[in-house]
Design a protein around this ligand. Sequence first.
Ligand SMILES: Nc1ncnc2c1ncn2[C@@H]1O[C@H](COP(=O)(O)OP(=O)(O)OP(=O)(O)O)[C@@H](O)[C@H]1O
Ligand code: SF4
Ligand SMILES: [Mg+2]
Length: 350
Amino acid sequence: MSVETGDTVIEARDLKTHFKGHTGLISALLGGESETVHALDGVDLHIAKKEIVGIVGESGCGKSTLGMTLVRMHEPTSGNILFNGQDITHLSGGKLKSYRGAAQIIFQDPYSSLNPRLTVDQIIREPLDIHRIGTSAEKTERVAEVLSRVRMPPETYLHRYPSDLSGGQRQRVAIARALVLRPKLIVADEPVSMLDVSIQAGVLELLNVLSKELDLAVLYISHDIATVGYICDRVAVMYLGRVVEEGGSDDVMHTPLHPYTERLMAAVPSVDTSVPRQRVELQGEVPSPTDIPAGCRFAGRCPLAAELCHAVEPELYEPLPNHRVRCHLYLPADNDIPADLARPEFPENR
Ligand SMILES: Nc1ncnc2c1ncn2[C@@H]1O[C@H](COP(=O)(O)OP(=O)(O)OP(=O)(O)O)[C@@H](O)[C@H]1O
Ligand code: SF4
Ligand SMILES: [Mg+2]
């Protein structure tokens, strides 16, 4: 999908969210020095209206931190967030409350995210009460409208409780609740990972249709790369708090450029990479986000790592149109990196 600049809903610029914390209970009890967790460590990303951008990467790479920072549930440490061109990085008070209405998040667990003592009507109406929107009649109309949008006839579901609903129906109610304030950005953090596989596609298809019908920008976070390919226009691959590859979802999934992405995709049987190459395995552990290595963050696990990789962190290069990668294999010819550092080279079988 081509995106006009004026269509951009949300934009992150060199966004960082660091947490202060102890690495363990014993360190905390002994009053040891707290460490800095570089959970989100310099991310640039934009999402346009009607666009779904997928975020993938191993556990702990900062996907949820990115989502929660964009909706301002976490305070960014530095960088900027622009919403419809306005800088909202440091909003507070009433303006922050109003932004939170426009930027909603849906979590993975539809069992714990809905209050079991409230009816579907009360659950969806609650945000309107909190934000003091509409008369009683207008609220009733809006609740019915969003229930219809998530394909749940209001007359059947308004007075039911979460315990009367299936997992898929609960997640639809969670989506309706997120929609009732008429947001422009939805962060969906693993929204189907706790649902039965047979109903996942229906919920994803709904998110896809809603993004187009309601001009929504959607950030879709998932471990499941196959579902990302199913609904996303673009995909960003994260590693240790940074985006290491970003592009159209077909390009990233079928022609991955970064050695890390290549290994992530090779682990997914349903992803058939179109470039013939040996299937490669992802080995080793992700380094700790409290101790970020110098140079390329993936160097400790990358079989192609060379001297340059350990010394200088790559920028996001754009070797193909609209397909960016943070890897020195794609270092442009006109670079100003010292020539005496050995460069990585493509393997012969590639
Ligand atoms: N509130 C917090 N305080 C301290 N550290 C945190 C906090 N939230 C997240 N982290 C740490 O930040 C890093 C990134 O966490 P995050 O939850 O964003 O990862 P993720 O990619 O969503 O992982 P998963 O796939 O398991 O959901 C992890 O090391 C995590 O332990
Ligand atoms: S920069 Fe070097 S270490 Fe990092 S992914 Fe590319 S080849 Fe591997
Ligand atoms: Mg997460």
